[in-house]
Ligand binder design. Structure first.
Ligand SMILES: C[S@@+](CC[C@H](N)C(=O)[O-])C[C@H]1O[C@@H](n2cnc3c(N)ncnc32)[C@H](O)[C@@H]1O
Length: 346
């Protein structure tokens, strides 16, 4: 069959599946919003965008990222099974819990409660992590939080978080052709959402999934089948030898860290990479990447308790990456995510 026709035959259904996911998550966002609103003034509902120009702009960008995802599948950047829901049964079972939890989150938002974490669950984690990021229940430190996390993120991003994460695979493949199986380290992997897709997209001899949160790592361990190692680790203090990995990457980690910690994580990535190895980052867009969204970037950390986010949006990441010794630094953005790739040349 003609190549272009074959591609269309893949791209169209993938796009339809992705758009259906966006519809579902948008519906779930609305349910949370209206539930919270009905309990006002005891809770503060999440922000609901009403500016027509902005909604239109975001709608176009959502369609664009779904199209890119479909093209990447048609072009074999990653396989089609990445779009299969990873735990659809959990999705349905989780929803009532998630609705209930959204009220607790909205209550914390109303009262600005940010440190409601059980000290015993924290262990030896750094002080800056002792907080309810996103006002979420238990922060990153309970199994309940870990089980709801992925769905909460997709609801926030209207079902575009997975395609935005996957675009990092495209960026890595554009920047480097790995000729033999590689050693991968994922930092701040959470419950392993990106790990599924990365494992299907690269030939690897080892894949270390790491995170500072034991419960999140435990949930990742239960979900991910295959050749993974799970290591509890802080990005700024990695328990690995120099030059162990070909690829070190993180997704949505840096905006949650104080600037000095971000810089340490980059230096640690440099240390544990082999010569010619690659560091890759997917995180939030920054100020002026898309000027129409600047106001959204200002509102987000207040609505979702992200104390280091504002500084992150102003941070010159490429300079920190360069200062750590990396070369061939490349960066671009799509929708709400920004991507960096860089190589260790010496
Ligand atoms: C916003 S979540 C992103 C999780 C996952 N990468 C994803 O895309 O869904 C941030 C994750 O980073 C972890 N984390 C926070 N600070 C960390 C640090 N200093 N070192 C390693 N992991 C960290 C948290 O436990 C959490 O799982």
């Amino acid at each position: 069959m003609h190549n272009a026709l074959m591609k269309q035959l893949i791209e169209r259904p993938v796009l339809s599946v992705n758009l259906a996911k966006t519809l579902l998550y948008t519906f779930e966002y609305r349910a949370i919003y209206y539930l919270s609103r009905s309990f006002a003034p005891f809770v503060k509902p999440p922000h609901r965008e009403r500016r027509k120009e902005l909604i239109e702009h975001l709608r176009n960008k959502v369609i664009e990222i779904h199209k890119i995802d479909a093209e990447n599948i048609a072009n074999d950047v990653y396989p089609i099974d990445v779009i299969i829901p990873k735990a659809s049964g959990d999705h349905v079972r989780n929803f009532p819990k998630l609705l209930l939890d959204s009220l607790r989150i909205s209550r914390r938002r109303k009262l600005n409660v940010k440190n409601e974490i059980n000290e015993e669950d924290l262990g030896d984690v750094p002080d800056y992590l002792n907080r309810n990021y996103h006002f979420q229940t238990d922060g990153y430190f309970s199994t309940d939080s870990a089980k709801l996390y992925e769905q909460q993120v997709e609801i926030l991003f209207s079902g575009t978080a997975a395609p935005m994460r996957r675009r990092l695979i495209q960026k890595i493949k554009e920047a480097s052709k790995f000729s033999k199986p590689i050693r991968i380290l994922e930092v701040g992997a959470g419950v392993g959402t990106a790990s599924f897709d990365f494992a299907k997209s690269f030939k690897y001899s080892s894949y270390v999934v790491s995170d500072v949160s034991s419960p999140y790592l435990e949930v990742a361990k239960n979900r991910l089948k295959g050749r993974f190692e799970f290591v509890r680790a802080k990005g700024e203090d990695l328990p690995f030898k120099d030059g162990e990995f070909d690829l070190v990457f993180s997704v949505y980690l840096f905006h949650e860290l104080p600037r000095s910690v971000r810089e340490k994580v980059i230096k640690e990535a440099y240390r544990v990479l082999k010569k010619d190895g690659m560091m890759a980052i997917c995180d939030s867009i920054q100020k002026d990447d898309d000027p129409l969204l600047n106001e959204v970037l200002e509102g987000f950390p207040l609505d979702y308790h992200e104390p280091f986010y504002k500084d992150y949006t102003l941070w010159d990441a490429s300079k920190s990456i360069d200062d750590a010794g990396f070369r061939d630094i490349q960066s671009d953005h799509k929708l709400l995510s920004k991507y960096w790739t860089a190589k260790k040349r010496e």
